[in-house]
Design a protein around this ligand. Structure first.
Ligand code: NAD
Length: 251
């Protein structure tokens, strides 16, 4: 039996990047994965890849900024797989604009997708675990930009800082139900969210100790650990996978 055998875990943003790699790693360790994403085709491809490798997975189309859709995702998961042991609240977007151009629409778009989605996943996820009497795990994707401000990122900074606190606050209240909540704060990860501007990506890479972008598999392996019993003493904390970004003033 592998570490995660028998667990049913929902991964939002599972069609790409960090979510996709986490889906593959948790499935390889025995978990049944619901690949939930706005990008239905991408989610289906990841689920098919898991099944082709002998794992168990299903795809689900969701807009995580809508509470009723996140609730329906969790209900569907239990109907289809019989239980629900965890959720990786990971889907996210960026929308970079100078503060004086940060109109309400740009502000709310990122807050809705990157922050409110995490509340929905935690709220409906935790309620379902309590209803099922499951002692599960919630992992939330924050960012190094939840701790330090970046130019053009007022919306993203606000959302990710909120995610760091939601992991703490949620952990505090859910511990009595045996539910753990933890966060992960990636540095600059080589995924589509960074876009195609090579010069910009090279500049970001220099802010890591090793001078390279981090591969999404490196975040996925930490998240996979956070879902395991080996991480049972980790609660409320947000772990940086940032190659030193938050620890040092580099170069
Ligand atoms: P990605 O673009 O590869 O993956 C994000 C996924 O989220 C996509 O599949 C996308 O379709 C999905 N998504 C976006 N909006 C959605 C919505 N409303 N409903 C459902 N799904 C939606 O990017 P990634 O780097 O893997 O990002 C994953 C998380 O990591 C995000 O929360 C992001 O903010 C965070 N993060 C990324 C980096 C980085 O450098 N890549 C750094 C810090 C934090």
């Amino acid at each position: 039996m592998s570490e995660h055998t028998g667990k049913v875990i929902v991964i939002t943003g599972g069609a790409s990047g960090i979510g996709k790699e986490t889906a593959l790693q948790l499935a390889a360790q025995g978990a049944t994965i619901v690949v939930a994403d706005f990008n239905e085709e991408g989610a289906k491809q990841v689920a098919a890849q898991i099944e082709a490798a002998g794992g168990k997975s299903g795809a689900y189309k969701v807009d995580v900024s809508k509470g009723d859709e996140v609730k329906a995702l969790i209900d569907w998961t239990v109907e289809k797989y019989g239980t629900f042991n965890g959720i990786f609240n990971n889907a996210g977007i960026g929308l970079v604009k100078p503060f004086l151009e940060m109109d309400p629409e740009s502000y709310h778009k990122v807050i809705d997708v990157d922050q409110h989605s995490v509340y929905y996943g935690m709220y409906y996820g935790a309620k379902k675990m309590v209803e099922l009497n499951v002692q599960g795990t919630i992992v939330n994707t924050a960012s190094i930009y939840g701790s330090v401000a970046a130019v053009g990122s007022f919306n993203y900074n606000a959302a990710k800082a909120a995610v760091v606190m939601m992991s703490k606050s949620g952990a505090l209240e859910l511990a009595e139900h045996g539910i753990r909540v933890v966060g992960v704060a990636p540095g600059f990860i080589e995924t589509p969210i960074l876009g195609n501007d090579k010069a910009m990506k090279d500049a970001l890479a220099t802010q890591h100790m090793r001078g390279e972008l981090i591969q999404p598999e490196k975040v996925a392996s930490v998240v996979t650990f956070l879902f395991s019993d080996a991480a049972s003493a980790m609660n409320g904390t947000t772990v940086a996978v940032d190659d030193g970004f938050l620890s040092f003033k580099t170069k």
